[in-house]
Design a protein around this ligand. Structure first.
Ligand SMILES: NC(=O)c1ccc[n+]([C@@H]2O[C@H](COP(=O)([O-])OP(=O)(O)OC[C@H]3O[C@@H](n4cnc5c(N)ncnc54)[C@H](O)[C@@H]3O)[C@@H](O)[C@H]2O)c1
Length: 217
C-alpha cells in the first residue's frame, strides 16, 4: 500500500516508517528535517506541515499517519492545525483506507504544557469528525495516544536521573514505551483493523489511570 507519514526523520515517525517499509509497503515521508531513512521504497519531502503552500503533490494515499509534533513551540499550529491541513489534503479522498492521528495521553488528562494538551485535545475531537467523513469510503480514522515514549523529544528528562526516578513513580508499568512499540500499534490500527473507527486509543503504561484511593483503614 501507499503510506504517507509525517515526522519521519526521528523518533516515533521514523520507527513507523521503518516498520511499514519492512512489511513491503511504499512510504512517503514529510519532515522539516532532512531524510534519515535510506530505502528504495522511501521518498522524502523536506517541508513544514504548517506551510500549506509547500505541501507536495501526492495522489492516492491509502494510509495517512499524522505523527509530526512538537512541545512548547507553536503547538496548536503544528500538532493541530498542521495535522488538519495534512488530513484535509491527503486523507479525505476515495483511495483512503485509514487515517491515524498520533495524539497524546495529555489530550485525555489535561496534563503537561497548556498549549500542548490543548492541541492534543483538539486532535481527539477532530479524529471523530474525520472518521464520520471517511466512513463512506469504507475507511477508518483513529488516534493513537501514547504516554511516555523514549524519543529525542524527551531527552531532557530521560537523561536526568532524578527526574526520571520521579517519572517512574508516576508510571504504573515502570517504564516508557519504545518507538518500535508505538509503530506496532500504528500498523495494527491502520492495516489489521478495519472496524474500529473514531476512537482515541490510549497506550500509556497506565499513566492516565494512576490514582490515590483515600479510605479509612
Ligand atoms: N515521545 C513521547 O513521549 C510522546 C508521547 C505522546 C505523544 N507523542 C507524539 O508523538 C509524535 C512524535 O513525537 P516524537 O517523540 O517522535 O518527537 P520527535 O521530536 O522525536 O520527532 C518529531 C518529528 O516531527 C518533525 N516535525 C516537527 N514539527 C514539524 C513540522 N512543523 N513540519 C514537519 N515536520 C515536523 C521533527 O522534525 C521530527 O523529525 C508527536 O506528535 C508527539 O506529540 C510523543
Amino acid at each position: 500500500m501507499r503510506i504517507l507519514i509525517t515526522g519521519t526523520s526521528q523518533g516515533i515517525g521514523k520507527a513507523i516508517a521503518k516498520l511499514f517499509l519492512e512489511k513491503g509497503h511504499t512510504v512517503i515521508g514529510i519532515d522539516r528535517q532532512a531524510a534519515s531513512i535510506d530505502h528504495s521504497a522511501y521518498t522524502h519531502y523536506q517541508c513544514d506541515i504548517r506551510d500549506k503552500e509547500s505541501l507536495p503533490e501526492i495522489q492516492n494515499v491509502e494510509i495517512l499517519v499524522n505523527n509530526a509534533g512538537t512541545q512548547n513551540e507553536d503547538d496548536i499550529d503544528i500538532n493541530l492545525k498542521g495535522l488538519i491541513y495534512m488530513t484535509e489534503r491527503y486523507g479525505i479522498q476515495p483511495a483512503i483506507k485509514s487515517v491515524l492521528h498520533v495524539g497524546s495521553a495529555s489530550g485525555h488528562t489535561g496534563a503537561e504544557f497548556p498549549e500542548y494538551c490543548a492541541s492534543k485535545g483538539g486532535v481527539l475531537a477532530y479524529t471523530k469528525n474525520v472518521a464520520m467523513r471517511i466512513a463512506p469510503f469504507g475507511a477508518t480514522c483513529n488516534s493513537l495516544d501514547p504516554g511516555g515514549v523514549l524519543t529525542p523529544l524527551n531527552a531532557c528528562v530521560i537523561e536526568d536521573p532524578k527526574l526520571w526516578a520521579e517519572i517512574m513513580e508516576e508510571t504504573p508499568l515502570k517504564r516508557w514505551a519504545a518507538p518500535e512499540e508505538i509503530a506496532e500499534w500504528s500498523y495494527f490500527l491502520t492495516v489489521t483493523n478495519t472496524f474500529c473507527t473514531g476512537q482515541n486509543i490510549l497506550v500509556d503504561g497506565g499513566e492516565s489511570i494512576n490514582y490515590n484511593f483515600v479510605w479509612k483503614e
